[in-house]
Design a binder for this molecule. Structure first.
Ligand code: SF4
Ligand code: SF4
Length: 136
């Protein structure tokens, strides 16, 4: 069995906000799902979702979203941090909308959790040391 993990952005129109779309992915298909970020109200909105499961089931899940008329945008990229350049200033910690950076209170080092990154690029532009780049 090939396991696939992916991050996608879902765009909801107002008629879809009350439909339990992500719940169905877990209940009907058995996919592991994690909502990384959501900004949805009665007017619609966006959600960033992490999906994990058997490759063909993940593909089926994505097809079911599209069938339900949810716009799905794959978020394939993430950033990497060059620890040799980083001076642990903490700028990226407060800036990242996904809380992908954490400063450890043990050693005051900044660490990146790539699984949370959605490659928005905000930290790349703001790092004073040029320590962050897209993983491409
Ligand atoms: S902004 Fe740059 S230098 Fe500062 S903690 Fe983040 S990666 Fe390190
Ligand atoms: S690219 Fe965006 S989501 Fe990824 S770590 Fe940087 S600020 Fe966070």
């Amino acid at each position: 069995m090939t396991v696939k993990e992916c991050k996608v952005q879902l765009e909801y129109t107002p008629d879809l906000v009350s439909v339990p779309i992500t719940y169905r992915l877990a209940r009907d298909l058995g996919l592991e799902i994690n909502i990384l970020k959501a900004a949805i109200d009665e007017n619609g909105g966006k959600m960033i979702l992490f999906l994990k499961g058997e490759e063909r089931i993940v593909a089926e899940g994505l097809r079911s979203l599209e069938k339900a008329r949810v716009r799905v945008k794959p978020l394939g990229d993430y950033v990497v941090k060059d620890d040799a350049r980083c001076i642990d200033c903490g700028g990226c910690v407060s800036l990242c909308p996904m809380s992908a950076y954490v400063m450890s209170l043990d050693d005051y080092k900044v660490r990146l959790d790539q699984s949370k990154c959605v490659a928005c690029g905000m930290c790349i532009d703001s790092c004073p040391r040029g320590a962050i780049a897209l993983n491409q």
